[in-house]
Design a protein around this ligand. Structure first.
Ligand SMILES: Cc1ncc(COP(=O)(O)O)c(C=O)c1O
Length: 365
């Protein structure tokens, strides 16, 4: 067999998918389960697609340990549409919602919620250029809030909560886990709502997974546009309209891949090993590489760091690219470099980056 050319893919999203998943999709592309059609060509009402959807849901339930009183939805509009759907559906008229602002994504969600009603910031790390997360005591929490919202991993700034913040009694906790979804075990029962755009850890762009505790559906007001109404989406089993069939098929394959590896504890072990070698290289560089996030707030998914000047940062990204290491330039709003080391990235890629970092420092340090 010829050697497969796969990049060391550090893209922030869309990003690397597991090779066995791509190979299976390739194998099934022309003839899915004897239908003589691909998943993109069959009816979403066919028994074959219904099986794809229900297996994806069941496998995710097993993987995350989702209790029976939670609904699982596969939606469209990206994570960004959830910024609006959450307050539209779950913040009753006249009520206020609390947001913990720890980076670009929670700030965007906060701003979207502000357009639609009363919204409070419980904390903001913007003065520190979003390089740290709050301690529980720093949160200014409203005990009457409709919900407390946070982003478990800020993809651009590279800060990630190790433990979820604690909401006041009777205030449900909502989380955007787009960039650390299924990267480690979490206790779903602590949350009212969990959502994630698929295109980092779970599959291609085009589908968002939203997990919602069913009692919260009672809050959904009448007469929302159907596509924006969680109750309509639940009633339609994520098929109120034609769903993104191929993206759902792909996330289903990723869930099976994760289960086969040993589930979220094993995925977490691998992620810690990968992030561990890269942070070690930063910490042992004598200040040549400087992490953006404070050590206690560091993300295991998006490692953000700087070099002594921008010229060196540009050469780092371009020289790395010549060695097949892709996607290392930081987001334009923060600058510097960012290595996204999602679930599907092999340890060898993280190690290749570390070797490159050492060599680059030897040449330019
Ligand atoms: C944490 C987080 N939330 C939300 C989004 C927005 O996702 P989408 O482009 O699917 O709307 C992103 C995208 O990178 C993200 O990283």
């Amino acid at each position: 067999m010829s050697e497969i050319n796969r990049a060391h893919n550090f893209n922030a999203g869309p990003s690397i998918l597991p090779l066995p998943v791509l190979e299976q999709a390739q194998k099934e592309l022309i003839d899915f389960k004897g239908t003589g059609m691909s998943v993109m060509e069959i009816s979403h009402r066919s028994k074959e697609f219904e099986a794809v959807l229900s297996e994806a849901e069941q496998d995710l339930r097993t993987l995350m340990g989702i209790p029976a009183n939670y609904k699982v939805l596969f939606l469209q509009g990206g994570a960004t549409l959830q910024f609006a759907m959450i307050p539209m559906n779950l913040r009753p008229a006249g009520a206020s919602a609390d947001y913990i602002v720890t980076g670009s994504w929670s700030k965007s969600a906060y701003k979207e919620a502000q357009k639609l009603g009363s919204t409070r910031s419980s904390f903001s790390a913007e003065v520190d250029n979003f390089n740290r997360l709050p301690a529980q005591e720093e949160l200014k929490l409203d005990s009457q809030a409709a919900y407390l919202y946070f982003t478990s991993n800020e993809t651009i700034h590279g800060v990630e909560f190790k433990n979820e913040p604690v909401a006041p009694d009777n205030v449900p906790l909502f989380v955007d886990t787009s960039s650390d979804f299924i990267s480690r075990p979490i206790d779903v029962s602590k949350y009212g709502l969990i959502y994630a755009g698929a295109q980092k850890n779970a599959g291609p762009a085009g589908v968002v997974v939203t997990i919602i505790r069913e009692d919260l559906l009672e809050r959904v007001p009448a007469n929302l546009p159907a596509m924006l109404d969680y109750k309509v989406q639940v009633a339609g089993g994520s098929m109120h309209n034609t769903p993104p069939c191929f993206a759902i098929y792909m996330v289903g394959l990723v869930f099976k891949w994760a289960l086969n590896l040993g589930g979220l504890p094993e995925i977490q072990r691998r992620n810690e090993a990968k992030a561990g070698v890269v942070y070690k290289a930063i910490d042992e560089s004598g200040g040549f590489y400087k992490g953006h996030a404070r050590p206690e707030s560091r993300s295991k998914m998006n490692i953000t760091f700087r070099l002594p000047n921008e010229d060196l940062e540009n050469s780092f990204a371009s020289e790395a690219k010549k060695q097949n290491m892709i996607g290392l330039k930081g987001h334009r709003s923060v600058g510097g470099l960012r290595a996204s080391v999602y679930n599907a990235l092999p340890l060898e890629s993280a190690q290749a980056l570390v070797d490159f970092m050492k060599e680059f420092q030897r040449k330019h340090g």
